[in-house]
Design a protein around this ligand. Structure first.
Ligand code: SAH
Length: 414
């Protein structure tokens, strides 16, 4: 886009804002039903017409076919056309962001994840789960890593950053914006590159349940660390005493250093990414300098599981999402079965398997069936000890069940 085009479109945006010309979306008859049940998405197929020519990421008001106001949200071209920010008639301004972020902060304080001596890492905003569709904010000590998954959250990033600073005060000194890979690539958005919106410190050691870890928010996956496994890692620690642990798909080694604190005999961490293995080694060193119980291998999971022996009696399988969309579901389920079958084949009698799926499109029952098939193939006696999910700082909006994505089983294998 030429500079003058940008200026014209920005001026138009400001003019519309000051003249309070609202963009309006009118639904087709009877298409408001899911919104009446507070589901926060309007699909493009439900829309009869759009008034005001909204830009991607602008706020639009949503009306029923008989012109009753029902919601307001961010507009975007695509299957999800509006992500609802509010079902009230209210302005989306600085106070709005402050109110929403304050509720999110208060929940994490109630969970005792903010302001404690043993923890300074948590998810502060979990999209729809915090009534902020398209926005993720993770806190790592004094740094907030903010990620937009929608055009709207990108367009409003500076307003959100300023409200975040107001809500968090001196707890947040840096805000790093990291949305290069999560924004809708088709949207014609400006300034999408990663960078600091506030501060600029690269001091990157954070703490989870008293254990330290480096967070690579500049280059790491997601916001730099998988905060969603906190509770499951703590459970693993509980079962680690005297065991030989294999942490497969270790990424930054979260499960590994918990296993070590839990008194594991040995811990082997495996990931296909050499960079992840370096991060794992660094994190183990940070918590247990010179501890010879730990070794890390940069290797493909399937190859490692094929070549390893039967030495492990505690195995963690936490692979990346095998299915990113519905179309990939069947293959993904086959993948989960194949992976788990290898673990059932090799794990020592009396062993414990922590197995996960973070694919949103794979339901709890689908995952359980895939693991069941793997268990049956091995012919071993398998009991379900725990059924795991995402932690409370990744809340699920009751009106948006799609927000539930992490599933885990802890299995006792005879
Ligand atoms: N358990 C981790 C998160 C795992 S993320 C934690 O607690 O933080 C998934 C990891 O799987 C990534 O680090 C990725 O590099 C790794 N991975 C992807 N495909 C792999 C493969 N075929 N073999 C081994 N590791 C793989």
């Amino acid at each position: 886009m030429m500079i003058c085009d940008v200026l014209i479109s920005y001026s138009f945006f400001i003019l519309k804002f000051y003249l309070n010309i609202m963009n309006k979306v009118y639904l087709k008859p009877k298409k408001e039903e899911s919104l009446l049940r507070f589901h926060p998405w309007v699909f493009s197929g439900a829309i009869a017409r759009v008034e005001g020519n909204p830009e991607e990421g602008e706020v639009v008001e949503v009306y029923t076919s008989d012109k009753k106001y029902i919601a307001a949200g961010h507009y975007q071209i695509g299957s999800i056309a509006v992500r609802v920010l509010t079902f009230q008639k209210e302005e989306i301004n600085h106070d709005f962001w402050v109110r929403r972020l304050s509720v999110a902060r208060d929940l994490r304080m109630a969970l005792r994840l903010i302001g404690t001596k043993t923890n300074n890492a948590c998810r502060l905003v979990h999209g729809e789960g915090d009534n902020l569709p398209g926005l993720i904010i993770d806190l790592y000590d004094h740094t907030a890593v903010m990620q937009a998954h929608s055009a709207g959250m990108h367009v409003y990033r500076h307003e959100i950053a300023s409200a975040l600073k107001e809500v968090m005060g001196d707890t947040v000194l840096n805000i790093y914006y990291k949305s290069e890979t999560t924004l809708p690539f088709k949207a014609d958005l400006e300034s999408t590159e990663n960078g600091f919106l506030l501060g600029g410190s690269t001091e990157n050691v954070a703490m989870e349940n008293g254990l330290l870890f480096h967070v690579d928010w500049l280059k790491g996956q997601k916001t730099g660390f998988f905060v969603d496994q906190r509770d499951n890692r703590a459970l693993l620690e509980h079962y680690s005493l005297g065991r030989n642990v294999l942490n497969m798909f270790c990424y930054t080694g979260g499960f590994s250093f918990y296993a070590m604190r839990g008194g594991a005999r040995l811990v082997h961490s495996v990931d296909s990414s050499a960079k992840a293995i370096d991060l794992t080694r660094a994190n183990v060193e940070l918590n247990f300098p010179g501890d010879k119980r730990h070794e890390a291998f940069a290797e493909d999971a399937f190859k490692y599981l094929d070549r390893m022996g039967g030495e492990y009696d505690l195995i963690i399988l936490d692979p990346p999402a095998f299915a990113k969309h519905r179309g990939a579901l069947r293959n993904a389920l086959r993948g989960y079965t194949k992976l788990n079958a290898k673990a059932f084949e090799k794990i020592r009698p009396g062993g414990i398997l922590f197995t996960f799926s973070c694919s949103q499109v794979v339901s709890k029952q689908d995952f359980r069936n895939a693991v069941f098939t793997a268990a049956a193939q091995s012919g071993r006696s398998v009991r379900i000890m725990h059924q795991l999910t995402q932690p409370a700082d990744h809340p699920v909006n009751i009106y948006h069940p799609e927000g539930e994505y992490l599933k885990g089983l802890v299995l006792y294998v005879e």
